[in-house]
Design a protein around this ligand. Structure first.
Ligand code: PRP
Length: 212
């Protein structure tokens, strides 16, 4: 039997997605990510444990049939996939942040700004819409360091609890948009494995609808 393959981001979203699949009645077994194994199997499904940013790559290229990715990741990578469902988990905001003393400069109609970020495309689009030139420093993590050491006055990043900003003396200066996790589906799988995929979508949708 050809198993449906999920690409799931490691960490909290992984556990929350497994929880939704179990409560939807799709998955009957426990899937434990507390191992170094990158492929986890249940009777009917295969789960690939990947970095959040890599989920769309596995789904777009048909290695996984289904994935879970936040709007932040999807806006940045613009994958050619179906996005049929908001899972209502992974709530966060994509924001511009910086030191409190730099807030006035940000709102003074500057000609150009320096921004450090893991999201160069979202950043370029946001500031282009505002007509502000932006010099982007692409980083891969710990972005909050950039304003503290003078790499860039501002950052574009996701904020969930606000703890990382707070502990580093930074504040939200502008909000770009909220982000939640979406179920994404490979276009070929959507057609070729439609029975199984629709059953999953239907069960998850019913569960989430009932949860409201
Ligand atoms: C993300 C994000 C922020 C932090 C926000 O980083 O880039 O740094 O979480 O969460 P908070 O508002 O709850 O503090 P992540 O933990 O993925 O680590 P990274 O910096 O290595 O990318």
């Amino acid at each position: 039997m050809d198993k449906i393959t999920f690409a799931l981001p490691k960490g909290r979203l992984f556990d929350q997605t497994i929880d939704i699949l179990k409560k939807s009645g799709i998955l009957s077994e426990d899937i434990n990510q507390n191992t170094r194994k990158l492929i986890l199997e249940s009777k009917e499904y295969r789960f690939l444990v990947v970095r959040a940013k890599d989920v769309p790559v596995y789904v777009e290229n048909g290695i996984a049939d289904i994935g879970v990715a936040g709007d932040d990741v999807l806006l940045e990578s613009q994958p050619d996939v179906y996005k049929p469902l908001d899972l209502k988990i992974g709530y966060c905001n994509i924001v511009v942040a910086g030191k409190p003393e730099d807030r006035d400069f940000y709102f003074s109609n500057p000609v150009s700004l320096d921004v450090a970020t893991k999201y160069p495309k979202i950043t370029a689009q946001f500031f282009s819409d505002k007509g502000i030139n932006v010099r982007i420093f692409e980083l891969y993590g710990s972005v909050e360091l950039a304003p503290l050491v003078g790499l860039a006055k501002f950052i574009v990043d996701i904020v969930e609890t606000g703890t990382t900003l707070r502990e580093n003396g930074l504040v939200v200066i502008d909000t770009i948009r909220p982000s939640t996790a979406k179920l994404i589906i490979n276009r070929g799988s959507y057609k070729l494995k439609s029975d199984k995929i629709f059953k999953i979508l239907d069960s998850v949708e019913k569960f989430l609808g009932g949860e409201l």
